[in-house]
Design a protein around this ligand. Structure first.
Ligand code: FMN
Length: 387
């Protein structure tokens, strides 16, 4: 019975990729058949075990925020300007004293090995090649040592490293010694939400560190020892981080500290007051608390809370140059993406990641050219209206 379900899933994935059928007939889609980010998603889905796909794509509980992250873009309308000289388009920005060639960053993503082995280093190399800023989950030292890593990268922490002064010092020392140009502290994952696709699939989270095991002839996976489950009452053995932890972290390093997972104006104001260097408006790709709205809906409030004191970045559902354009118009300094480059990596490895970055960058440049805004600073608030 499971084999049949598996077969149906594979067929559905193939059917979803139907627009790429012409390429499939030629013996498989190639990189240049990919016209946009979602084309990569279609190919990625055909390459993954369904439970890995669900881990990549899924969100928390009813996935209302997952839907909102995309749907909210459709309520924002671009107001293009006529007859501006757009013969040269410049996507460059300055972020924490460093020049970035384009305002698109690579978000952290754990469990990359269930999409592509050694995924973290694959992404680091792609970031190096395309000059994208990479927020890494860690473990990219060999790529950095080989001179193939990103020039600009931030080390992620989700708070475990900030438990006490000792662990915090060790974390900071390692980040600084490894050559990180910033620290990204994700604050929306003090607990892992019920991601019900994973629960239904009996996903063993550890598989995403070592690669999803092969199914047997009947299509069965090995018995999971510790599958994701619902109904485990939340508690932690140690106090979870607070604003005081950020204050202490600030006192230990001069590296920029960026708080990821902010959805309120008052939290952005607090981040600025406490000495954080920037915030990322994020709902963790809608993988954590559900019913928090699309991130682009929260952006104006957070920008107002930051009051120009610190830059506001954003992520969540960005798939198009126009999505990025809208966020920049609403006051974001830059946009981060996760699933887009994960689709690229799953479909075509390092080249796929590079191409996804290239496509998003080109779409944004094209949109800027068409909207009469040849530079990032020219994408001002009046460039969009809300329906
Ligand atoms: C497979 C996967 C793993 C993720 N792992 C992490 C993580 O370890 N730490 C973190 O802060 N965010 C993590 N995220 C969230 C992303 O950093 C980001 O906030 C979000 O996915 C952006 O939305 P997008 O995927 O629609 O671009 C993960 C997202 C995905 C899809």
């Amino acid at each position: 019975m499971f084999t049949r379900r598996h077969a149906i899933h594979q067929f559905m994935a193939w059917a979803a990729a139907a627009p790429l059928a012409r390429a499939q007939q030629r013996g498989g889609a190639t990189l240049l058949d990919m016209a946009n980010v979602m084309d990569f998603a279609k190919v990625a889905k055909t390459k993954l075990d369904p439970i890995a796909w669900d881990y990549l794509e899924g969100g928390g509980e009813d996935e209302v925020s997952l839907h909102d992250n995309r749907a909210a873009f459709n309520r924002i309308v671009i107001r293009p300007k006529a007859l501006v000289d757009v013969h040269q388009i410049d996507l460059g920005i300055q972020l924490f004293g460093k020049k970035l060639e384009f305002p698109i960053l690579l978000d952290p993503a754990g469990g990359k090995n269930c999409f592509f082995m050694d995924g973290e280093n694959v992404v680091a190399r792609a970031a190096g090649k395309t000059k994208a800023l990479h927020i890494t989950n860690g473990g990219i030292q060999k790529t950095l040592a080989a001179g193939q890593g990103p020039a600009n990268w931030w080390q992620l922490t989700t708070g475990g490293d900030l438990r006490n002064t000792q662990t915090m010092k060790a974390f900071v020392k390692k980040a600084e010694t490894d050559g990180a140009s910033g620290i990204c502290f994700t604050v929306d994952i003090m607990y892992v939400s019920h991601r019900e696709r994973n629960i239904h699939n009996g996903l063993e989270r550890g598989w995403c560190e070592i690669g999803i095991p092969k199914r047997d002839a009947e299509g069965r996976l090995p018995e999971a020892k510790n599958p994701e489950r619902a109904g485990v009452f939340p508690s932690r053995p140690f106090p979870t981080p607070t604003w005081n932890s950020v204050k202490e972290l600030r006192s230990l390093t001069t590296l920029p500290i960026v708080i990821k997972g902010i959805l309120r104006g008052d939290d952005a104001a607090m981040a600025a007051e406490i000495g954080a260097s920037g915030v990322i408006v994020s709902n963790h790709g809608a993988r954590q608390l559900d019913h928090v709205g699309g991130t682009i809906e929260a952006l104006p409030e957070v920008v107002a809370g930051a009051a120009g004191k610190i830059p506001v970045l954003i992520d969540g559902g960005f798939r198009r140059g126009t999505d990025i354009f809208k966020a920049l118009a609403l006051g974001a300094k830059a946009v981060c993406v996760a699933r887009p480059y994960l689709y690229g990596m799953t479909a075509f490895g390092q080249e796929g990641v590079e191409r996804v970055i290239e496509l998003l960058r080109t779409e944004l440049a094209l949109d800027m050219g068409l909207a009469g805004t040849p530079t990032i600073p020219s994408i001002t608030r009046d460039m969009v209206r809300t329906r």
